[in-house]
Design a protein around this ligand. Structure first.
Ligand code: SF4
Length: 288
């Protein structure tokens, strides 16, 4: 794909609020390959990770009220119809979308926190699946962008099953190969072994996508030992019978939570990609 520069405004500007909508927000996403309709279930901006590179602006407090499912459904219906009809590209925020990205790719559970921590997650997946079937072109996927911390909960597992039965994909975050590096990045009390176990179990049930953000810590890129360990963790998932659809390697594109977080170069990302291809043998896509 002849991809435009990542500095293009249409890719860098990903507000989680659009017009009057509260829960849904369209963006042009390089990783989706076109228009992605985000669903934000975490208006309170609370997350069970505190990633050093997080791009959620937490300087302003989020909303405290519990998401209103009927309201969310109305917005979803309206937004899916609007994008499916192509009307989105007449809007000033989307009129500069490059031709290759003028397609409706997915409805993504994403937003200002971890979507699977929302207690009605499965119910929202069911609503999105129904509306996708009714209103969207058949190729539009349901995507869950997740830190994989909650997959072991039975209610979340039910939501994952429903997602995968409805042209869904799980994009699970794995940013580290070692417990130490994981802790430094994610700043969470959830253990690295729990994340790895959740990813392995999900990959054994369905082919999943791994999404990995690679960053420079001040001047320091992640070292060779971390890269080897990361590849080994992916190999272990595959050796346990897991299926990895592809690995997405990307870097910081918008303002991160911490100023010491800096992007990697394309060459550095490509070196990681080559290591993953060689040692794990799965497709890798790089997003500088
Ligand atoms: S898991 Fe996502 S939303 Fe939560 S802190 Fe990390 S990057 Fe931010």
């Amino acid at each position: 794909m002849n991809e435009p520069s990542p500095t293009s405004l249409v890719f860098r500007h990903h507000p989680r609020r659009f017009g009057e909508w509260k829960y849904v927000y369209p963006v042009v996403s390089r990783r989706a390959g076109g228009v992605s309709l985000g669903i934000n279930l975490n208006l309170d901006k609370i997350c069970n990770f505190d990633c050093v590179y997080c791009q959620v602006d937490r300087r302003e407090l989020g909303e405290r009220e519990f998401p209103d499912l009927r309201h969310l459904e109305e917005e979803l219906r309206e937004a899916i119809s609007w994008i499916a009809a192509g009307e989105i590209f007449s809007h000033p925020a989307f009129q500069d979308t490059p031709p290759a990205f003028r397609r409706f790719c997915d409805i993504a559970f994403s937003g200002d926190g971890e979507p699977t921590t929302y207690r009605n997650f499965t119910e929202v997946v069911a609503k999105a699946a129904t509306l996708r079937r009714e209103l969207a072109p058949p190729e539009v996927k349901l995507v869950l962008i997740t830190n994989a911390s909650m997959f072991h909960r039975p209610a979340v597992r039910e939501g994952l099953e429903l997602l995968n039965a409805n042209h869904g994909e799980i994009w699970a975050k794995l940013d580290a190969g070692t417990e130490d590096y994981f802790r430094r990045i994610a700043r969470t009390s959830i253990s690295f072994s729990q994340i790895l176990e959740n990813i392995t179990q999900a990959a054994k049930a369905w082919p999943i996508v791994i999404q990995t953000l690679l960053m420079r810590w001040g001047e320091e890129p992640p070292g060779q030992a971390e890269r080897v360990a990361y590849c080994q963790r992916l190999r272990e998932v595959v050796q346990a019978g897991g299926s990895l659809r592809r690995v997405q390697l990307y870097t910081v594109a918008r303002k991160p939570a911490e100023d010491f977080v800096q992007p990697l170069t394309l060459e550095e990302l490509e070196a990681w990609a080559a290591a993953v291809r060689e040692t794990v043998g799965v497709p890798v896509v790089v997003y500088p």
